[in-house]
Write a protein that binds this ligand. Structure first.
Ligand SMILES: Nc1ncnc2c1ncn2[C@@H]1O[C@H](COP(=O)(O)OP(=O)(O)O)[C@@H](O)[C@H]1O
Ligand SMILES: [Mg+2]
Length: 507
């Protein structure tokens, strides 16, 4: 078949735009997705670009098609800056923000649910619908208003009694009412009845947008988690889904201290190579419907050369090795290659094109990863820079020495990277592994987890690894081009390449 690359469209790298391009057609359904769809899990954790929004977009699409109400909440609706500017600090009078946020979230979501359930206006309302409708008319003004205003005004009521001048016994009784959502109590049976007629799905995505790491932001998110659990228990016809970036979850003590409570509700997104091949393959088939009957590897092979010239590596392995197993990365890399090859229709795409686009891709990824961890590890990019121009392979002792020079300040890093000073090198190695910058040579029992030929693994491939016992490391291939890193001199007895053509004899 003659492939015209003008027809090849790998889609948009963010689900919000991808949904208009064909995501419903080329969505890869994982077991994780199924557990969410059947409501056995309701919290989605994953790194940037792993597909949190994609799952939500598909859940929304399917819920709508099945006739359910759908409410999508995202950052146009909340702003962390606003929270900090209107709320008093916890230190001004301990008012247990977490609990206040929990009640306020319950209140807000129930108001939104009631609005949605009675959306058709005042006509012909009887029974439950009429009761809900008149409550909203009397208590909530301006439906158009930013929903966060409803949350904030409830918070302000709690705050007023917590740190306001009221007399103690009055404080207690008023607070109890607010925490219990007393105003809404008589309406709960009405809400349930309306839900029985038509179920409702609430999706809260992108909580990390505009994240400022403040006390309020953390209480906002942990309160939402609590509220969602409560709401999901209210009626099986109401489902609240939340997504959160993994490392934000890890940075909110109220959440990870309570991990037991959330564990069986959490779905963590993980990808492997066959499912990433499906992401690419299904997009290729979407662009070329005549390939519909082909397997994903066959579809891949119609766009990319099977084996890359000069590298002797399989093209899919080469590209996927330059990702942290996030669909957004693979889509970006593939789109960049297609954009480069398009004008001359250089198909199948070979190493010339791939290597041409790799530098920009790699540089963009390096920037993105640094920015992704800017709260936990500020100035990360300046630590990556220390590796510039070096051979990408490290024996433990050499890596420790380099890290020690960073930790002591002998090798200068960004002024924001103070967290690294006075740490021991093992700590830094651990961080660099966790963020995906380093891969560790797997030994023994881990063999089964890796593709034959590649003996170095990252946290996207194995969730736990005792780094202390690892003797060899390498900089992840995704970062190498941007840092101009060099290949080790080949030595017949010892080869540690990662491109799928390695002779480490586990094939
Ligand atoms: N299961 C999937 N099937 C197909 N494409 C996916 C899937 N998950 C994610 N993608 C694609 O990967 C890219 C990143 O996903 P997105 O949901 O925007 O990431 P996140 O919200 O986690 O940052 C988007 O182009 C999205 O359509
Ligand atoms: Mg998203």
């Amino acid at each position: 078949m003659q492939i015209d690359l003008k027809r090849m469209n790998f889609g948009a790298p963010a689900a919000e735009r991808d949904i208009a391009l064909g995501l419903t057609d080329y969505f890869v359904e994982s077991d994780a997705f199924k557990r969410l769809a059947d409501r056995s899990r309701t919290i989605v954790l994953g790194n940037r670009g792993t597909g949190k929004s994609a799952i939500f977009k598909i859940l929304a699409d399917r819920a709508r098609k099945s006739g359910a109400h759908v409410l999508e909440l995202n950052p146009d609706h909340y702003s962390y800056e606003m929270l900090s500017s209107v709320l008093r600090a916890e230190s001004e009078g301990s008012w247990a923000k977490h609990g206040a946020f929990t009640s306020s979230w319950k209140y807000l979501i129930l108001i939104l649910v009631m609005q949605e359930l009675t959306r058709s206006g005042p006509r012909l309302k009887t029974g439950s619908a009429a009761k809900v409708y008149s409550f909203l008319r009397d208590h909530v003004e301006g439906e158009q208003e930013n929903p966060i205003a409803v949350l904030i005004s409830y918070l302000k009521r709690i705050e007023g009694f917590k740190i306001g001048p009221a007399e103690a016994s009055l404080k207690t009784s008023e607070l109890a009412k607010l925490y219990r959502l007393q105003e809404l109590e008589p309406l709960i049976p009405c809400i349930k009845e309306l839900l029985d007629k038509r179920s409702l799905v609430v999706l809260v995505d992108e909580l990390d947008k505009g994240w400022d790491n403040s006390e309020d932001a953390k209480a906002f998110v942990s309160g939402l988690f609590q509220a969602a659990i409560w709401l999901n228990e209210l009626s099986t016809r109401l489902t609240v889904y939340i997504s959160l970036r993994q490392e934000l979850y890890d940075s909110i003590p109220a959440l990870y201290d309570d991990t037991q409570k959330y564990r069986d509700l959490i779905e963590t997104i993980r990808w492997d190579e066959p499912s990433l091949l499906a992401v690419a393959g299904m997009r290729i088939k979407h662009s070329f419907p005549e390939l519909k009957a082909s397997g994903n590897d066959e579809a891949w092979g119609s766009i990319f050369a099977e084996t890359l010239r000069y590298r002797k590596a399989k093209s899919f392995n080469y590209l996927v090795d330059r990702t942290l197993y996030r669909p957004r990365e693979l889509i970006q890399f593939c789109s960049d290659a297609v954009a480069d090859a398009r004008s001359q229709n250089l198909v199948p795409i070979d190493y010339g094109v791939v290597s041409r686009v790799e530098l920009d891709y790699s540089a963009a990824r390096q920037k993105d990863i640094s920015s992704e961890y800017r709260f936990q590890y500020p100035g990360l990019e300046s630590i990556f820079e220390v590796f510039r121009g070096k051979v990408y392979l490290f024996e433990r002792s050499d890596l420790e020495m380099l890290c020690l020079q960073i930790c002591t300040g002998e090798l200068r890093t960004d002024k924001f990277a103070t967290w690294v000073l006075e740490q021991d090198p093992d700590f830094l190695i651990d961080v660099l592994w966790q963020v995906g910058f380093l891969r560790a040579r797997a030994i023994g029992g881990l063999k089964a987890l890796r593709r034959s030929g590649s003996s170095y693994v990252g946290p996207h491939q194995v969730s736990t690894l005792n780094l202390r016992t690892v003797s060899h490391f390498q900089v992840h291939p995704m970062f190498r081009a941007a840092l101009g890193m060099r290949e080790p001199k080949r030595d017949a007895s010892q080869s540690h390449d990662d491109d799928g053509n390695d002779d480490e004899s586990d094939a």
